[in-house]
Design a protein around this ligand. Structure first.
Ligand SMILES: Cc1cc2nc3c(=O)[nH]c(=O)nc-3n(C[C@H](O)[C@H](O)[C@H](O)COP(=O)(O)OP(=O)(O)OC[C@H]3O[C@@H](n4cnc5c(N)ncnc54)[C@H](O)[C@@H]3O)c2cc1C
Length: 300
């Protein structure tokens, strides 16, 4: 009954939603069950309404980007996903060398925009297949650079549906942000950029993609690096040293190309990946006395 009323309220607010949304069809891991519904919002007033409605019915929800860093449980899942569309997919550029990107903008779209407008600084995002919202939530990065180092103000709504503009202070840490703790929704952000030549940007992107394609199973069903690197050693090196490259549980396998990628070879289930990741953690701990922590966000 609750859900019927909830859907009625969403309809009254003209908000689109897709019931029984099958996560496995859309997640990069190709794993995940059916959630109550995917809700799509196009503007700030709509997301505020949605959060208030979901809170009113005490329903659990997650805002999603491109689902490239999540492992979602199988089966029937009693929660909602919210996807940021419309206004959240816009990029604005002002004269102060700052670009504003909505949280729903993909890294690829932002990089194309920056190349076209001869703006440099973010080429390290090339080949990271997520959105700006996902990048901020995860403090995504590569080659020693992190998105958090380029951010000015961030637009959010907190878990009560209140809109806020946060300065970039004490927000980011290695592959994490305060949003992982306080459950705020990132709506968009100002990103510092600088003027440069289009050809330089395109050549940097080409070089980065060539390196990535040579080292990572970039087109496999996966969620990127499964574990966080430790302060001293890359997780992939520790896993490889345990002889685990190619090791599999069901269709979940340690990539032969890069040991920190768990890939879905076809029909892997959530539990296969969880079992495999436990074996990896145990073996690495036994051999090196180092506790690996998941980088991938596990949604149960
Ligand atoms: C082949 C491959 C290579 C990768 N390489 C890298 C890499 O080099 N470096 C790196 O850092 N990552 C890498 N990743 C991981 C992933 O692409 C990044 O973490 C990316 O930033 C996630 O963005 P997303 O939009 O897909 O987020 P999702 O996977 O959709 O979500 C990730 C988390 O962020 C939350 N979230 C998403 N959007 C919002 C929002 N607007 N507000 C609040 N919370 C939000 C979600 O609830 C979820 O908890 C790689 C992944 C793949 C598959």
């Amino acid at each position: 009954m609750d859900k019927i009323n909830l859907y009625k309220e969403l309809k009254d607010f003209n908000i689109s939603f897709y019931k029984d949304w099958d996560v496995s069809k859309y997640s990069n891991f190709k794993i995940g069950g059916k959630i109550n519904a995917l809700i799509e919002v196009n503007k700030i007033s709509q997301i505020i309404d949605v959060v208030k409605i979901l809170n009113k019915y005490k329903k659990k929800y997650f805002v999603i980007g491109n689902l490239t860093n999540v492992l979602v449980k199988d089966g029937k899942l009693d929660y909602f996903f919210i996807r940021l569309k419309g206004d959240f997919e816009k990029i604005l550029y002002n004269s102060k060398r700052v670009v504003f990107a909505g949280a729903g903008v993909s890294n690829e779209k932002l990089l194309n925009y920056m190349a076209k407008n001869e703006l440099g600084g973010l080429t390290f995002l090339a080949g990271i297949p997520g959105t700006i919202g996902g990048a901020i939530y995860m403090n995504a990065g590569a080659y020693g650079k992190y998105i958090g180092d380029f951010i000015n103000n961030i637009l959010i709504i907190d878990k009560n549906g209140e809109f806020k503009i946060l300065p970039n202070k004490n927000i980011f840490s290695y592959r994490s942000s305060i949003f992982q703790k306080n459950k705020s929704i990132v709506l968009g952000s100002e990103i510092r950029v600088y003027k440069t030549k289009k050809e330089k940007i395109l050549s940097e992107i080409r070089n980065i993609l060539a390196i990535r394609h040579a080292k990572h199973p970039w087109n496999a069903a996966c969620a990127g690096s499964f574990f966080k690197n430790t302060k001293k050693f890359p997780a992939g090196m520790l896993i490889e040293d345990c002889g685990l490259k190619g090791f599999a549980v069901g269709d979940a396998a340690i990539s032969k190309m890069h040991a920190n990628f768990i890939i879905n070879k076809g029909k892997a289930k959530f539990n296969d990946v969880m079992r495999l990741s436990k074996i990896v953690r145990d073996k690495v701990y036994k051999k090196f006395k180092i506790k690996l922590k998941e980088e991938v966000i596990i949604i149960k």
